[in-house]
Design a protein around this ligand. Structure first.
Ligand SMILES: [Ca+2]
Length: 387
């Protein structure tokens, strides 16, 4: 065997040596060397979720003409949750992330390319900030507040970042929180600027806020009918306290007569005059005024607190205002208002005038440790004029 190998090697050497005299002719291959996707940077396709990109394929080397082999590629997505690809080479973004697109030729097996596909969420800048006209030239009373965030909308509606920044020219007149809560501090005129907070966005809008001394005109309450959310075991819709405690006592102009209701957290109830007045622990606690007219328009609510007992634990800490015209379906007018129990007389300004026949005040916060009842001496509605 060894000898055979040696003989073969000698023959081969002889043959190579004799070739030196032969000229070899090289002929270009008619087959492409490879394929590539045109128009990419860093061999990467970028597409938004929901967006599409057509893959354009070129054969290598690029200066040659090859037979038309369109529709003879196989396209494969490494992760169909990230992107899909059609038989015609259309990539569709499905989910944020990265995947690999593999393209191979059917006619020339072995000619293949891999491309990174990067899918991102499309970013839509805010083009316009919209605020109702009523707030573009808006007048407030000192101490009044307004939650601008409730009223701002943007175009396009599908903007990627709907957060805002708020600026005020003179915080001593009007201050505005990061959340867009405007508070009138002192008389004067101020400009609030609302900016789209996103980086690179240029949209903004300006509001002129005037802070003026208010005059409050209360509505006539003589025809109002009052009720509450509860009927106790003796049929009363209030807790009697001597000759007072009734919801009607909210309307008599006297600070020493008042509505009294047992706190829902006082589950044992409150006993007076031999009767135990038990709350309904999970039911809302409210009183409601039927003003007898759907055209009752008001832009403020006023509370008067008892002057004959100034313990704060007998007063509401927070409440919400609702309105209705049928007495059944109530709409929220203003939610979770600070009841300012340390005051005697408090006006709660509404952002805009509203019209309702029925007005419901729901108590939302109170002292849960001390005191059995929530009491309120006076309630009225009215309208504000300025200057
Ligand atoms: Ca009263």
């Amino acid at each position: 065997m060894k000898y055979n190998h040696i003989i073969t090697a000698c023959l081969l050497l002889c043959a190579v040596a004799s070739c030196d005299d032969t000229k070899v002719e090289y002929v270009d291959s008619t087959n492409p060397d490879g394929l590539v996707v045109n128009g990419l940077e860093n061999n990467q396709i970028e597409v938004y979720t929901g967006g599409q990109k057509q893959v354009e394929i070129a054969l290598l080397p690029g200066d040659k003409e090859y037979p038309n082999i369109k529709d003879s590629y196989v396209f494969t997505s490494s992760d169909k949750k990230i992107f899909t690809v059609s038989n015609a080479g259309v990539v569709t973004g499905k989910g944020v992330g990265e995947g690999v697109l593999t393209i191979s030729s059917k006619l020339y097996p072995g000619r293949a390319a891999r491309v990174m596909v990067r899918v991102t969420d499309e970013y839509f800048f805010v083009k316009e900030i919209l605020v109702p006209d009523a707030f573009k030239n808006y007048t407030m009373a000192p101490g009044a507040s307004l939650n601008l965030g409730d009223y701002i909308s943007v175009l396009p509606a599908n903007a990627s970042d709907k957060s805002f920044a708020f600026r005020t020219t003179d915080p001593e007149i009007v201050e505005v929180s990061e959340d867009g809560i405007v508070k009138a501090n002192s008389l004067g005129t101020d400009t609030i600027t609302i900016l789209a907070a996103e980086q690179g966005g240029e949209a903004f809008t300006e509001l002129i806020i005037e802070v003026k001394a208010p005059t409050y005109q209360a509505l006539d309450r003589t025809e109002w009918k009052m009720d509450t959310s509860i009927k106790y075991s003796d049929g009363k819709n209030y807790v009697p306290d001597g000759s007072t405690g009734k919801p009607e006592d909210l309307l008599d102009g006297k600070a020493n007569t008042f509505l009294s209701l047992v706190k829902p957290t006082k589950t044992a109830g409150y006993t007076t005059g031999g009767v135990t007045y038990k709350p309904e622990p999970n039911a809302p606690l409210f009183f409601v005024a039927d003003t007898q007219s759907e055209t009752t328009t008001f832009d403020y609510v006023r509370f008067g607190y008892r002057t004959s007992n100034t313990n704060l634990y007998l007063r509401p800490y927070g409440f919400s205002i609702y309105g209705s015209n049928d007495g059944t379906d109530f709409e929220l007018i203003l939610g979770n208002v600070d009841a300012q129990p340390a005051s005697t007389n408090v006006v709660f300004n509404l952002p805009l005038p509203v019209s309702y026949r029925y007005v419901r005040i729901v108590f939302t916060d109170w002292d849960t440790k001390n005191g059995s009842t929530i009491q309120l001496a006076e309630f009225d509605l009215g309208n504000t004029s300025f200057e």
